[in-house]
Design a protein around this ligand. Structure first.
Ligand code: HEC
Ligand code: HEC
Ligand code: HEC
Ligand code: HEC
Ligand code: HEC
Length: 365
């Protein structure tokens, strides 16, 4: 049998490539969907055989943040393909295969669940014990900052938390309507963000929200494409931290996001042992006589941030370099544990679990 020469094979390949219709670019999220999945021109439309009339809302949307971002199971909602942050049935715990990285609002929505999540309007009522003002609220924490809640009405706090905007975490804090705070973000999602995708802190540009880590205006990070649904110790989000950031000089760290509302917990921490509040935005000490020197393999139970956002996630932890963050202990949205903790600290160590404290403070347990 006659064998094909390499030249012939290459020519054949070129012919095939030129004549085949271009395969559609694989894309996740919004660009691959029908406009009519999410928008309605007159707040009146047909879905299946049913005629629906909704309350008109910004950008002609059929539904709000919570509507798109909730679902009964799995990582994304139907028909919107939005990452689910509020499961309507019990996820059975937080972490890979159960919830996305931020945890879940499921628990805070249950009666008596106040301590288990951020009480976001539309999901849960006000937190009976904590009220409206964020614990540790420090109006000077974000002063002079374009995305500051203070400048735009949140001092004193007199409204319940929302997903985004002045009284929320995502988007541009200059706008109270959560959807307006995200304007342009969904259709321009930068997907993989790192410190090179600099969000602009001096001009209010809608697209900086799209370029920020998870639409958190001005925050840096590397986004796991599956929002950590299948996270491992090697494949996960990468957070950004700065060693010694208690003076808020750097406004791009993930812990600064929390400081925008919980200011004192980030700043009034002391400057060395004995610490006054649990330190965040400090590097794990590298002294070989300290516990942390043995935290070398990234553990999803107690994530650390990096001083430079890497372009790939890694399973390595480097004491002297990697940084303690609010999210080392907490989830952002909600969890099955009190204080939105990643683990059951209240009953530890008697519950016998290996929890995050012991990932860093190895010799204490
Ligand atoms: C999966 C849901 C979804 C689909 C599908 C979708 N959109 Fe949107 N769109 C949104 C959301 C959410 C917003 C408002 C928040 C934001 O801008 O991030 C929005 C905002 C907009 C805006 C105003 C903000 C901007 O980016 O300019 C326009 C215009 C728009 N969409 C047009 C379209 C068109 C045209 C299509 C179809 C090609 C479409 N959308 C498909 C969810 C969707
Ligand atoms: C009409 C449906 C719809 C609405 C309304 C909507 N979203 Fe989304 N959202 C989506 C979809 C779909 C994605 C996934 C987009 C992608 O993968 O690019 C998404 C992604 C996100 C992400 C993740 C972005 C990232 O970088 O991975 C955040 C954060 C978010 N939305 C927040 C919000 C907030 C806050 C609101 C309300 C102000 C909102 N969304 C309203 C459909 C919606
Ligand atoms: C937009 C303001 C805002 C931001 C940003 C914010 N929080 Fe909160 N947080 C609040 C408010 C308000 C409360 C009190 C009411 C409640 O529990 O929802 C609260 C409560 C909490 C609680 C106590 C929950 C309970 O009921 O015991 C924890 C823990 C917490 N936040 C952690 C964080 C972390 C970690 C971050 C950063 C990822 C963060 N917060 C970012 C506003 C905010
Ligand atoms: C070392 C783990 C750890 C870190 C890091 C951490 N927290 Fe906490 N946080 C806890 C624990 C544990 C509690 C429960 C109360 C307690 O034991 O003091 C708590 C409670 C809270 C509360 C509820 C306070 C109240 O009055 O009910 C808030 C709000 C909070 N943390 C926010 C933050 C923020 C913001 C950061 C980052 C600046 C942060 N935490 C960093 C472990 C941590
Ligand atoms: C991501 C790593 C990490 C996690 C998780 C963590 N810590 Fe820490 N913790 C540190 C670092 C780093 C310091 C500061 C150490 C130093 O300067 O020597 C510290 C300091 C402390 C201190 C003050 C020590 C002093 O000398 O003043 C206490 C107490 C403490 N942690 C308790 C806890 C508890 C309880 C938990 C769990 C709720 C916890 N930590 C979780 C890293 C961590």
């Amino acid at each position: 049998m006659k064998t094909w020469s390499t030249e012939n094979l290459i020519i054949l390949l070129i012919i095939v490539m030129v004549t085949l219709p271009t395969a559609p670019e694989i894309s996740y999220g919004i660009p691959s969907q029908l406009c009519s999945n999410c928008h309605t021109m007159h707040a009146s439309y047909f879905e299946g055989p049913t005629h629906k009339v909704t309350t008109p809302r910004s950008f002609l949307l059929k539904i709000d943040c919570i509507g798109c971002h909730s679902g009964s199971s799995g990582p994304t909602s139907f028909p919107y393909n939005a990452p689910i942050v509020y499961h309507t049935s019990n996820p059975g715990g937080t972490g890979p295969g159960k919830t996305l990285a931020g945890g879940d609002f499921y628990w805070v929505a249950q009666s008596g669940g106040d301590r288990k999540g951020h009480n976001v309007a539309g999901i849960a009522n006000n937190d009976i014990t904590l009220g409206l003002t964020p614990p540790g609220w420090d109006p000077t924490a974000t002063s002079g900052f374009i995305y500051g809640q203070v400048a735009n009405g949140a001092n004193p706090w007199n409204k319940q938390l929302t997903c985004a905007g002045t009284y929320g975490c995502h988007g541009n804090h200059n706008f109270q309507d959560p959807l307006v705070a995200l304007k342009g973000a969904h259709h321009n999602n930068a997907k993989v963000n790192n410190s090179a995708t600099k969000a602009d802190s001096t001009t209010v540009s809608t697209y900086t929200v799209a370029g920020s880590y998870r639409f958190l205006a001005n925050i840096y990070g590397l986004e796991a494409v599956d929002w950590e649904w299948n996270a491992t110790n090697a494949t996960h989000n990468e957070y950004y931290g700065v060693n010694g950031n208690a003076n808020y000089n750097n406004k791009n760290t993930i812990s600064y996001l929390c400081a925008e509302c919980h200011g004192y917990f980030h700043s009034n921490i002391g400057s060395g042992s004995p610490w006054l509040r649990h330190p965040t935005d400090i590097a794990l000490p590298s002294d070989t006589n300290k516990d942390y020197t043995n935290y070398r393999s990234y553990n999803l139970a107690a994530p650390v941030a990096r001083p430079t956002v890497p372009s790939n996630s890694s399973s390595t932890v480097t004491p002297g370099q990697d940084i303690v963050i609010c999210l080392s202990c907490h989830r952002a949205h909600g969890s099955e544990n009190d204080y939105i903790l990643r683990w059951d600290y209240k009953n530890w160590p008697s519950n016998g679990q290996t929890i995050g404290c012991s990932v860093c403070h190895i010799s204490k347990y």
